[in-house]
Design a protein around this ligand. Sequence first.
Ligand code: DAH
Length: 339
Amino acid sequence: MLEEIKKHIAEVATFTATSKEEIETFRIKYLGQKGLLKTFFAEFKNVPNEQKKEFGQVVNELKTTAEAKVNSLKEALESSEESKGIYGDLSRPGEVLELGSSHPITLVKNKIIEIFSRIGFNVSEGPEIEDDWHNFTALNLPEYHPARDMQDTFFIQTNPDVLLRTHTSSVQVRYMENNKPPIRTISPGRVYRNEAISARSHCFFHQVEGLYVDKGVSFADLKQTLQYFTTEMFGKSKIRLRPSYFPFTEPSAEVDVYWGLETETDYKMTKGTGWLEIMGCGMVDPNVLENCGIDSEVYSGFAFGMGIDRIALLLNQIPDIRMFSENDIRFLEQFKSSL
Ligand code: DAH
């Protein structure tokens, strides 16, 4: 009899169940009204006196083991049901998480920042909602200056002093007002112009402004810096500077990079000339330095400004600038590998 009970203890210890019904059957078998334990306890009176002690211990052990087993199986079942309720089937395969991609404009912007940071330029930013002083007047564009018409401006409500910046040159002014030379900074950001939206132009786009102010900065420094930039950015080192006009620089120039005419695409991109216009630049006009509290007798500087969208369009052969702001996943997904 003792051996039989011990076998039951071993069986109970290894028993497992995954459903309520199985646990209940198990419970009834051992602990029920007509269960095995009742039978064994009833047997107690027939056990010879000298074996009573051991018999009692073994039957008790069977009882506690069976009770503990029922409780632990019930708990395990409940907690697994609970977690299923919240998380579903935890053993099913995971869902694939799609990785996002940087926007093509961000990619170009980051590359420009990286190239200039290597030669000591920091990054500065200014507000998109500007005042007249920072966007125009301080940049040598006083009221009624005809060059203000070069950039159609969005004004905020009817206040002519509050507007959406038309270029990132406004950040030049803010930076010079708040920092002493030597200054080496680039300012990327979004700008706004009241223009008809088409495949080639938008009412908002992105620019990067560059500014270098120190003692003895010359036009040669400007040209060298630009050549460094085009080499790093496009792998092209041949550039030309065409005389131009900007109110905030004197002299001013437009920068073309020689792209080449090797392929049909080169031909299309450069309209058959081999040259691509990429930015405006010049020596900061002494008036602008003075407007920002910098002594133009002591310091000189150069500045440049380029459109990021245009470069991103060119580099990726994108036919329509509106694609940049449509947020079409099928378009954006194509830039995954460029991270
Ligand atoms: N602000 C000019 C524009 O939006 C670009 C520009 C030209 C910036 C010459 C400059 C510069 O700093 O020197 O068209």
